[in-house]
Design a protein around this ligand. Structure first.
Ligand code: PLP
Length: 436
């Protein structure tokens, strides 16, 4: 389906891009393969708004796939980053910003110690290695529809990007690499109990998204994460809670602020990314002091990175987190609630069956169903063709949504009344398109 908005400049850039990059992009979901049409080449962004190469202004509900908690080009973040960059962009030594960022993460989350890396993929990969090193075991449990980056052993039934392209997993990953990965249905306690009954003394860790955001938004059922924590503890395995997407977004202490902090438990390891880099490549993993102590150089589990803890990226993340106060989170939640209500009422008016699912301010729509879904099989029953029509109608009306039905929508503290008005204006026609 081609869009009506004018895209000659984006088209020219895309034509050039495909000559020099596979599929013309540097991350698959950016390519619009699931929805069709020309990917927009953005040239600038401010607050809640993106500007493309053809001069079109879009309300942004992707937020760079999660990082832009405060909105784009926040003046204080830009000032801090500019000042940091002017003093040198990488030293290859320890530097103060990475310590301050680690202190901020330790203060907000249940981790004792934290190690900086440069992507969420590295964070989960390293956490798995550490869990295996700590336990001396090899098996890893993950859940279908959860994405933890493109780590070989975790790229099994990995949700959004993979399912958007209709890939079963990925060629290039030898069978023996995923042979130690046990994939279970999300939110299924019985399946977890059965896996531990069979393999309990071989399981190094369970890795789970703290709340799933890569099959669209699917919350853990009440008590599910605590159950995972207790089950792991009972069998000498570790719980790795992947908060790359939810971390510092759904509350100031991530999803753990919604469950573990209330219920009095904590994961053994957590992974972070996105928001904590403030739009720069920065991520981290952390957790229990006795587990983290195994990491080189204090212990034997090797892990390293040339640009890990980069001073400019750390400054962007630190400034973002310092500005993300309770008022900012309240604004995110409020805007998201209003947007969800607008989406739902427009779809109701157009007679489109749907469920809007959210965890904190993250949300997505399940198309063509009327009951909430709790796992990947449920999500896959939806009618994604409705989203294709909806997506393009919204794009034509200047609202930039994720180019796949299997992705979360992200809002920022800069989303204001003007942004809500743009949503309200765009929605009726898009809802009618989704009804067809
Ligand atoms: N874990 C989760 C939950 C994610 O959503 C993502 C990316 O979307 C990753 C890990 C991988 O992060 P990155 O893309 O920075 O490698």
């Amino acid at each position: 389906m081609e869009t009506m908005s004018s895209t000659p400049q984006s088209q020219q850039w895309f034509d050039r891009a495909v000559q020099v990059s596979p599929g013309g992009v540097n991350s698959p979901v950016r390519a619009f393969r699931a929805v069709g049409g020309t990917p927009r080449f953005m040239t600038s962004a401010q607050g809640a708004w993106l500007h493309d190469a053809d001069g079109t202004r879009y309300l942004d509900l992707v937020g760079s796939w999660g990082p832009m908690l405060l909105g784009h080009a926040h003046p204080e973040v830009i000032a801090a980053v500019t000042e940091a960059a002017s003093r040198g962009t990488s030293f290859g030594t320890p530097s103060p910003p990475e310590v301050e960022l680690a202190e901020e993460i330790v203060a907000r989350t249940p981790v004792d110690l934290v190690r900086m890396v440069t992507s969420g993929t590295e964070a989960t990969m390293s956490a798995i290695r550490l869990a295996r090193g700590f336990t001396g075991r090899t098996r890893v449990v993950k859940f279908a529809g959860c994405y933890h980056g493109h780590v070989d052993s975790l790229l099994a039934e990995a949700g959004s990007g993979v399912v958007t392209l209709g890939l079963p997993g990925s060629p290039g990953i030898p069978a023996h690499v995923t042979a130690d990965t046990i994939v279970l249905p999300y939110n299924d306690r019985d399946a977890v109990t059965a896996a531990f009954a069979e393999h309990g003394d071989e399981i190094a860790c369970v890795i789970t998204e703290a709340a799933a955001g890569n099959m669209g938004v699917v919350s853990p059922l009440p008590g599910f994460n605590q159950f995972l924590s207790e089950t792991c503890a009972a069998h000498g395995a570790l719980l790795v809670s992947d908060e790359v997407m939810t971390g510092f977004r759904v509350t100031r202490s991530g999803h753990w602020g919604l469950d573990g902090a209330q219920e009095g438990w904590r994961p053994d390891l957590l992974t972070f990314g996105k928001v904590m880099g403030g739009g720069f490549p920065a991520a981290a993993f952390g957790g229990r002091a006795d587990v983290m102590a195994l990491l080189a150089p204090s212990g034997p589990v090797y892990q390293a990175g040339t640009l890990a803890g980069n001073p400019v990226a750390s400054t962007a993340g630190l400034t973002t987190l310092r500005l993300a106060d309770d008022a900012a989170y309240a604004r995110l939640d409020d805007w998201s609630a209003q947007a969800r209500a607008l989406v739902s009422s427009a779809l109701d008016d157009a007679g489109v069956p749907h469920v809007v699912q959210n965890v904190g301010s993250m949300f997505s729509v399940v198309w063509g169903l009327t009951e909430p879904v709790h796992d990947f099989a449920g999500v896959q029953r939806q009618e994604t063709h409705r989203y294709t029509a909806f997506f393009h109608a919204m794009l034509d009306a200047g609202v930039y949504l994720p180019p796949s039905a299997y992705e979360s929508w992200f809002v920022s503290a800069a989303h204001d009344d003007e942004a809500l008005t743009r949503m309200a204006e765009a929605l009726p026609a898009a809802a009618r398109a989704a009804a067809a």
